[in-house]
Design a protein around this ligand. Structure first.
Ligand SMILES: [Zn+2]
Length: 323
């Protein structure tokens, strides 16, 4: 499966480069994650400016993404301030940049769920061995696959720098970080075994990590049914704007539509309908968020997830215990 994941994500890539973070609200900025041709993705990152410094949610994977976040915070004149980094989950497109930030920002405090520790010993350790095997036979890889493998392996060789300082576990807690009033929650058994969501109370911005992803739900390490329950948990929070792990910022109403569309996707997967018909329905439901040029890629991803996940005998493998 790991090899499939690597090959699939290499196959599906489009545009690349980290621009500067964009303003969403007073003291609220986001840096959209890129998904360049021949490269693995970066997740979206969110920056919140507080009286004592910064809160950053997710650090990206590629150095260009992470460096753009660091440059922005310094340019805004709070280079020596406190920095609290919250990782929504352990996937490398959301936490790989921790290593670079640790090097460049003394006093950094990283908050994440304990699932990071389990993943570093399990899923990510297996992925690291897979990458080492791939790199031993570079002649079997094209240039972009080799480059992607080297980037991820370099991150995993600094695994200790990816670990959090503080482990979050409460389903919901209020916390003030860098002077910013936040509500954070951890959901187990949804997308990664330990998904952290964060609500910025002042701007009513919910940072959802991969509990919301576009152009399709990224089911690689997910419990599909647990994910549906997690969307209900998010819906109970008083947000007006939601930043997903991948894809555009959504209004509350758009999130509601995403949630219903996800439910229809699971219903279709459980029915006798073919994967093509289910993909048609999803593409219709999510049409506002998927550019026409991106539709073939979204369809290919859904085909992959139907085969490897939604219709696989092992589809519930992430439902009982964290990966
Ligand atoms: Zn992601």
């Amino acid at each position: 499966m790991l090899r499939h994941l690597l090959v699939l994500s290499l196959m599906l890539c489009t545009a690349a480069h980290a621009a500067a973070p964009q303003t969403l609200d007073d003291g609220v900025f986001w840096l959209p994650g890129s998904h360049a041709p021949g490269a693995q993705p970066d997740g979206n990152s969110v920056l919140l400016r507080g009286a004592q410094g910064w809160v950053l949610v997710d650090s990206g994977r590629h150095a260009a993404h992470t460096q753009a976040l660091l440059d922005f915070m310094r340019a805004e004149g709070q280079g020596g301030a406190a920095l609290a980094l919250v990782n929504s989950h352990w996937h490398l497109d959301h936490l790989g940049g921790n290593a670079l930030i640790r090097q460049q920002w003394p006093g950094l405090r990283v908050y994440a769920s304990a699932a990071v520790d389990g993943a570093l010993q399990g899923w990510l350790a297996a992925y690291r061995r897979q990458l080492e095997g791939l790199i031993e036979k570079p002649q079997d890889l094209d240039e972009s696959s080799l480059s992607s493998a080297r980037i991820d392996l370099a991150l995993l060789q600094q695994a200790e720098r990816l670990r959090p300082d503080e482990r979050l576990s409460a389903p919901q807690q209020d916390l003030t970080l860098a002077g910013r009033k936040l509500r954070l929650g951890v959901i187990k058994g949804a997308v990664s075994g330990g998904d952290v969501w964060l609500l910025d109370l002042a701007s009513q911005t919910l940072v959802a990590g991969d509990l919301v992803t576009l152009p399709v739900p990224f089911l690689d390490t997910a419990c599909a049914g647990g994910w549906q329950a997690a969307l209900a948990t998010l819906a109970a929070q008083p947000f007006t704007r939601l930043v997903p792990g991948h894809g555009p910022v959504l209004s509350r109403q758009e999130f509601q539509h995403y949630r219903e569309s996800y439910g229809r996707l699971l219903q279709c997967a459980a029915s006798a309908q073919g994967p093509g018909a289910c993909a048609d329905q999803w593409l219709q439901d999510a049409a506002a968020w998927i550019a026409p040029a991106e539709q073939p890629r979204a369809r290919a991803m859904l085909g992959y997830y139907f085969q490897q996940h939604l219709r696989a005998a092992t589809r519930d493998r992430f439902c009982s215990a964290p990966p």
